[in-house]
Ligand binder design. Sequence first.
Ligand SMILES: O=c1[nH]cnc2c1ncn2[C@@H]1O[C@H](CO)[C@@H](O)[C@H]1O
Ligand SMILES: [Zn+2]
Length: 329
Amino acid sequence: MLRKLPKIELHCHLDGSVRLNTIIEVAKQENIELPSFEVETLDSLIKVPEDCTSLEEYLKRFDLPNKIMQSKSSLKRIAFELLEDCARENVKYIEVRFAPSLHRQKGLSLEEIIESVLEGMHEAEKIYDIKSNLIIGCMRSMSVEEAFSVVNAGEKYLNRGVVAVDLCGIELEGFASIYKEPIDLARSLGYRVTIHAGEGASGKNVLDAINLLGAERIGHGIRTKDTNEAYDLAKAKKIVFEMCPTSNVQTKAINNFSKHPFYNFYKDDMLVTISTDNRTVSDIDLTNELNIIFDEFNMGIEEYSKIYLNAVDACFADSNTKDWLRSLI
Ligand SMILES: O=c1[nH]cnc2c1ncn2[C@@H]1O[C@H](CO)[C@@H](O)[C@H]1O
Ligand SMILES: [Zn+2]
């Protein structure tokens, strides 16, 4: 049932969603060394293992895809293919996210990197019945200066596909305050703001992401359930949660799906949405992600519509796109 329904994906990392065959083909074309050129071996190197113990360990899986995401043509191709994969399971709108700073290893400028990804997305939009926008992320493992550079580089693309800024990568307790200036700058330039928080560390980070960084949406945020102040603030401010249950089980942010706060949040009228986080690294698509949650919590089509409409309201698309998305359900 879910495969045929229109879907919206608000939280999907480009570098975590690269096709395995594409990794091999790009590596051959560009003479890039890989630990293996066998699909099965690469599969086990890029997909998160069942015994993964933490977000830190999960994040190590991104070195491999990023090796082959260092040219304009590969960035464009990978962005195109992500939309193609999404369109094939009836995702009608996706906000792709990535961290431009990870793609500078062979000398591309931040502008060239962003532009290449946008080109791939726009090309796919011409062929498939899907719309998209781009969220650019600043890595929390890099300097605050680098975050400023990313925000400044993305500015000229703000009306051409870039809609928002994100902070991603490793989550330390109390990370938010040092990013206040670049995120304030981004907001003043017209970026919307979504922040990964309350995933690898406590719900206090969610509180800070809202209060200090002005986050309108929170990536994951599952530990908000343990911090009353963050929960109440998120509810009062109508903050939207981009929840990615499969990724949360893999990073051990929770022990199993039955412990996921998604359904409790939903019943309490918190604004929840469901996404994949990383299609390849987490080995999941949006249809299956929804299937897992719908089975676990016995949900049906009415509940699906509500979650879909949450995503329409929460997405960073223009009003025409939102009207179109509303007309589909
Ligand atoms: O769930 C997550 N939490 C935090 N960071 C993540 C997650 N998934 C991926 N990335 C990080 O975002 C970068 C840019 O896309 C990836 O390279 C990875 O390091
Ligand atoms: Zn993420």
